[in-house]
Design a binder for this molecule. Structure first.
Ligand SMILES: Cc1cc2nc3c(=O)[nH]c(=O)nc-3n(C[C@H](O)[C@H](O)[C@H](O)COP(=O)(O)O)c2cc1C
Ligand code: SF4
Length: 412
């Protein structure tokens, strides 16, 4: 990397210790559902994608949504962490290491936010039972309130998933506690209406996510970095605000997480809080499932249009920074050299990039070499619709023509 020692960007290219591992610089590829694992099996395309991100300079690339059990997948083309997928994941981590990077597996369970039904699966699990609005798309209209035995089983699944990730050669695991998936359903007062020791106060709502973190730390924490991603704010009525976000960060740090990735929003209720920009109506054109199409339509109606602003989550992340000493990864709208300098100056140890690295996996190197200062990503969110296609997630700007616009009926 040619970043000179006195360049304002140089600090972002210094190594960073995260728990037991060392990253060569501060840049992390954030998890972005790749849609490249047909029937749960990681493809060669997925291997190449992550090897490309590593070759492009990011110190750590996060493999999105690895389900710890088969009832935890939200979509059929997501990775399942099991013995069958292990050799494919080993090929992926080997390729990432050969390209000079490290790999993190995002380990997760969808809870009631699932669109597929595993063989023999009953009602989808969640913090609380009752009507499952997400199930309108999958026919799973009711969810089951998890018993303590269910919680124990899922915590064991997370620990086993982390050990499988270690066996597959991963350097880190990222426990997904945000965006409305199972652990987020416990944290969120919108989803958690329990009356027992796992519901009510935030301390109670944190109990199960903390148990999962503890189980994963005990399983792999001496060898792998254990990262937690969570929503600082939920951006939806009745959901967590930043005061709760600060307390969640404190609790995860106290439990021993090695790094926190600071996200926001809930998939179903407040997707623009997560992305900082609206979703174009054209996105629906590539989605073939009519119910999913309709759900996207309703989501667009429900959320106000939102114009993208760089570093759109900084005001919340600053409050977390002020409250905890644990290393933090800023995430959300980092698109420029100026943004990198600002975040390093504000004390964020790591810088996570989602869409910018979908648009150009080489951006970290290009920035360091002085070839790039501003990403060409327009935050149009069309890549989000691509994950539902057979081709998998990609930037439409990098493809010949715009596959989303091309799939619309010709005008006139
Ligand atoms: C296509 C796409 C898929 C995503 N899938 C996931 C996912 O599987 N898990 C996750 O934690 N976040 C996911 N995200 C959210 C990103 O990690 C990140 O929060 C978001 O893109 C904002 O960061 P950015 O401004 O750097 O893109 C996804 C984002 C995109 C664009
Ligand atoms: S499609 Fe490309 S330009 Fe649009 S948000 Fe995704 S990565 Fe950025």
């Amino acid at each position: 990397m040619s970043t000179e020692m006195n360049s304002p960007l140089a600090a972002a290219y210094q190594p960073l210790r995260v728990g037991p591992i060392q990253l060569k610089n501060r840049f992390i590829k954030a998890a972005t559902n790749e849609g490249m694992s047909p029937n749960g099996i990681p493809s060669q395309q997925l291997v190449q994608f992550h090897a490309g991100v590593a070759a492009g300079g990011a110190a750590l690339t996060t493999v999105a949504y690895c389900a710890v059990s088969d009832d935890g997948c939200t979509l059929p083309n997501q990775i399942q962490l099991n013995r069958q997928t292990l050799p494919h994941l080993r090929a992926l981590t080997d390729a990432v290491h050969a390209a000079g990077g490290k790999a993190s597996a995002q380990i997760t369970h969808g809870g009631c936010f699932v669109f597929t039904r595993a063989p023999g699966q009953g009602r989808p699990l969640s913090a609380s039972g009752g009507f499952n609005k997400i199930g309108l798309m999958s026919g799973m209209f009711f969810k089951k309130q998890m018993s303590e035995a269910d919680m124990q089983r899922i915590a064991v699944d997370f620990a086993r998933g982390a050990r499988l990730a270690q066996e597959a050669g991963f350097d880190a695991v990222e426990i997904h506690m945000g965006h409305g998936y199972l652990l987020s359903q416990f944290l969120s007062p919108r989803y958690n209406q329990r009356k027992d020791a796992y519901g009510g106060s935030l301390e109670n709502r944190l109990r199960f996510p903390r148990q999962v973190l503890r189980a994963v730390l005990d399983a792999v924490g001496n060898e792998l970095a254990v990262i937690c991603k969570f929503s600082m704010v939920e951006g939806a009525r009745g959901g967590n605000h930043i005061d709760e976000g600060v307390q969640i960060a404190r609790a995860l740090a106290e439990e021993g997480a090695h790094l926190l990735v600071l996200s926001a929003g809930l998939n179903a209720e407040s997707i623009t809080t997560m992305f900082g920009s609206s979703f174009p109506p054209e996105n629906r054109a590539v989605v073939t499932n009519p119910v999913m199409k309709f759900a996207m339509y309703l989501q667009q109606l429900a959320e106000k249009p939102r114009e993208f602003k760089p570093l759109y989550l900084l005001k919340y992340a600053r409050q977390i920074r002020a409250a905890v000493d644990v290393p933090l990864a800023y995430l959300g709208g980092l698109t420029s050299a100026e943004g990198v300098v600002e975040l390093v100056d504000e004390g964020f140890e790591a810088l996570a990039l989602g869409r910018v690295l979908i648009h150009d996996p080489n951006w970290v190197n290009a920035l360091g070499q002085g070839v790039a200062r501003q990403s060409g990503c327009t935050a149009c969110n069309r890549c989000v619709a691509m994950m539902y296609t057979e081709g998998g997630t990609s930037c439409v700007l990098g493809l010949p023509g715009d596959p989303i616009l091309n799939s619309l009926p010709a005008a006139g």
